[in-house]
Design a protein around this ligand. Structure first.
Ligand SMILES: Cc1cc2nc3c(=O)[nH]c(=O)nc-3n(C[C@H](O)[C@H](O)[C@H](O)COP(=O)(O)OP(=O)(O)OC[C@H]3O[C@@H](n4cnc5c(N)ncnc54)[C@H](O)[C@@H]3O)c2cc1C
Length: 420
């Protein structure tokens, strides 16, 4: 290849992994290297706050709620044009339809085609309904910003439409991070809605149903026990070892034969890699339908293609599982891929990726947060401050400081209105 010819890096997906890859690479200012990022949305989402959006109480009238809706949406949707202003990254809006590995090109649904020399696949994941019959039909998801707004609107709708004597039953399927975070924050939201709509709070029940024997499966025993204690303590009915067999329009049918009536069911358990992974040629190495990467984060089968974040199978330190599907890991992988592309362009060797020790900061309602930073564990208000500082640090990484600060301050105001 002509050494002076421009090389093209195309990043598919502008989530945590994709945005950090593009920004890190752009900062390296490598001559003759163009960087294009493609996303189906015009904004970068911040899922770590979806539980806040799904339970954000503003106390406003339905008319004013329209403004709240706009504010809530903006709180977790950061426009790519703001992220990439003053950088060399070009944003292309479009949904990826297919990748032609032979021709080294990506086709978008809007008929655009993008050629690449390096491809970074960071298309994330979708909800895994785990083959449970009728689940997809009856349950709400909490995987996108729209889902979060939908959960919030559906809960409020229950309070508006159900007779005061009726028991409102909210069932959350899955005791992972998303399920526990939502359950914890629901308590404050329900109290406020009960007061606003005159629906006795004793007539509202919230259950968290988990198939395994523990909440927060991949975290430490300390986190699992603390979370269980705390959620039960604030009134969440936690059902462990309770796999779901089927769903009807009004009941969750459990494998042990019991039936759990529900007014609203939110499914938060499990993810699967973006379905694009399945549409790639059979030559692409996969593990449990994730894109299998080598120790430099390249696809095992294609040396100019990297996969990172939720769509990739990157072995964890034990070598028996993949690294946890978290923003923390996607960011770390994105930084590593940017470094490796830069090394290749400078004629150097790629470096081996060593996954960092997972760190967890898990909000469980109001200002109660559990933090497990590897060697250091603490809970309560201090961990809540840490959680908000993690968000600020991230916003400052992807936005100019005044914008990052304004976004963070606005979010703080919006999200703390349930906290008593
Ligand atoms: C409710 C919730 C709460 C979470 N909380 C935390 C937390 O507190 N801490 C934490 O570390 N992790 C958290 N996670 C996990 C974390 O969000 C993911 O692990 C992380 O987003 C993965 O990053 P990614 O870059 O692989 O994918 P994503 O961030 O999901 O990004 C994928 C991108 O690809 C785009 N895309 C998808 N399909 C197409 C297509 N066909 N064409 C074009 N674009 C496409 C999407 O629009 C998206 O921008 C949470 C997840 C959820 C759902």
């Amino acid at each position: 290849m002509d050494p002076k010819k421009e090389k093209r890096v195309v990043v598919l997906g502008g989530g945590f992994g994709g945005v950090i890859t593009a920004l890190t690479l752009a900062k390296k200012k490598i001559p003759n290297l163009s960087i294009t990022l493609v996303d189906k949305n015009e904004f970068h989402a911040y899922p770590a706050d979806y539980y806040e959006i799904a339970t954000a109480f503003t106390g406003n009238s339905p008319q004013e709620d329209r403004n709240d809706f706009v504010k809530l949406r903006a709180s977790s949707a950061i426009l790519f044009k703001d992220i990439f202003q003053d950088t060399s990254v070009v944003f292309t809006h479009g949904r990826v339809a297919s990748v032609d590995f032979k021709a080294r090109s990506v086709s978008l649904e809007n008929a655009k085609k993008l050629s690449y020399d390096y491809l970074v696949i960071a298309l994330g994941s979708s909800t895994n309904f785990m083959g449970i019959p009728h689940l997809e039909e009856y349950a709400l998801e909490l995987k996108s910003l729209e889902d979060a707004l939908n959960v919030r609107a559906s809960i409020e709708e229950l309070f508006l439409s159900r007779p005061k004597k009726e028991i409102i039953r909210i069932v959350i399927g899955g005791g992972g991070f998303t399920g526990c975070e939502l359950a914890g924050e629901l308590v404050g939201y329900i109290k406020k809605l009960s007061r606003l709509h005159g629906h006795p709070s004793m007539n509202v029940e919230c259950s968290l149903v988990e198939a395994s024997g523990n909440l927060l499966g991949r975290s430490s025993l300390w986190v699992q026990q603390k979370a269980l204690e705390h959620l039960r303590g604030i009134g969440i009915k936690v059902l462990l070892n309770t796999p779901i067999a089927d769903i009807s329009a009004s009941e969750v049918l459990l494998k042990d034969g019991r039936k759990l009536p529900y007014s609203l069911l939110v499914w938060t358990a499990g993810i699967q890699p973006n379905l694009i992974a399945q549409s790639l040629p059979s030559t692409v190495a996969q593990k449990k339908s994730y894109l299998a990467v080598d120790e430099t984060l390249r696809l095992k089968s294609h040396k100019n293609i990297y996969a990172i974040g939720d769509i990739a199978w990157c072995d964890d330190v034990s070598g028996t599982d993949r690294v946890p599907a978290t923003a923390y890991m996607a960011i770390s992988e994105g930084e590593h891929v940017a470094e490796n592309i830069a090394r290749r362009e400078r004629g150097g060797e790629e470096s081996v990726y060593k996954p960092p020790t997972p760190k967890y900061v898990i909000p469980l309602g109001g200002k109660y947060v559990l933090a497990d930073l590897g060697g250091l564990r603490f809970s309560g208000g201090l961990a809540w401050i840490l959680k908000r500082l993690v968000a600020l640090r991230y916003f400052a990484k992807i936005l100019p400081w005044p914008r990052a600060w304004a976004l963070w301050k606005g979010d703080m105001k919006l999200y703390t209105q349930n906290d008593e």
